[in-house]
Design a protein around this ligand. Structure first.
Ligand SMILES: [Zn+2]
Length: 255
């Protein structure tokens, strides 16, 4: 059984801290900064054992060098074929790692970047910048078709799986989701729930796969092919099945 807590970094990043009840060992996901991780280690008397990287972007990796220099024995897990080359273990689709006695499998999820991977089991998903609550990552390197396939993989995961994204984008994403999917009552309910959390400065995450399948237009769009309200100027693609994702992303990038 893992314990997972958010370490806040930059303005809206979360570095997920993974521990268990049996040890003082710590793993962190996507440390874009080292200072908040070092503070967390000190406050909780933990020993850093490893780092999980989802993709090469600086706000997910810039803390690695300092952490590795202070804790040279740690294992760094990251994607193969990546600009980020500091990984000790380079991972691809269907690989499995074991941390704190728990197995995590790897999904290759290109779209946001070409190297992007997610770490998951039946209970937890670390999805980096591929999936956000009520949203998905921008297409910086991959194609809409690649992102469609990546989100399709994620949508097949266990419905109760908790979704740990890297950014606190939820409320802004909900505002967009309400505009493109105005008759979806689940989005309005979710908005109230998230506002009540954010008002108390509680993180909106983790979400769950079941929740996202109800309210996230990018996951809903995997099945629904024509029900979204998207202005004509953002309709860039009519090729099924990735057309909805392309057009939603085009609209959101200008929202
Ligand atoms: Zn990114």
């Amino acid at each position: 059984m893992l314990n997972i807590f958010p370490i806040h970094a930059f303005s809206d990043n979360y570095i997920w801290a993974i521990t268990n009840d049996d040890s003082s060992d710590l793993y962190v996901v996507d440390p874009g900064q080292s200072e908040p991780v070092l503070k967390y280690i000190s406050e909780h008397s933990l020993t850093l054992k490893g780092i999980l990287i989802t993709h090469h972007h600086w706000d997910h990796t810039d803390g690695v060098k300092k952490l590795k220099s202070l804790y040279p024995d740690i294992t760094i897990y990251g994607p193969q074929n990546s600009i980020f080359t500091a990984s000790d273990v380079k991972l691809k689709q269907d690989d499995t790692i074991n941390i704190l006695g728990v197995s995590l499998d790897i999904l290759s999820t290109p779209g946001h970047t070409l190297d992007h991977i997610c770490y998951y089991n039946s209970d937890i998903l670390f999805c980096g910048d591929t999936l956000f609550s009520a949203g998905c990552g921008r297409l910086f390197e991959g194609t809409a078709k690649q992102m469609f396939q990546s989100l399709n993989k994620i949508s097949q995961l266990n419905k109760n799986c908790k979704v740990y994204c890297t950014h606190e984008y939820t409320l802004a994403n909900i505002d967009f989701a309400q505009v493109v999917d105005p008759n979806n009552i689940e989005i309005a309910l979710y908005k109230q729930f998230i506002i009540s959390k954010r008002d108390k400065l509680i993180e909106s995450l983790p979400s769950t796969i079941a929740q996202e399948l109800k309210i996230n237009p990018y996951l809903i769009s995997l099945d629904v092919q024509s029900d979204f309200v998207i202005p004509k100027q953002y309709i860039k693609c009519t090729n099924k099945p990735e057309s909805n994702l392309t057009n939603l992303r085009s609209y959101k990038d200008n929202f």
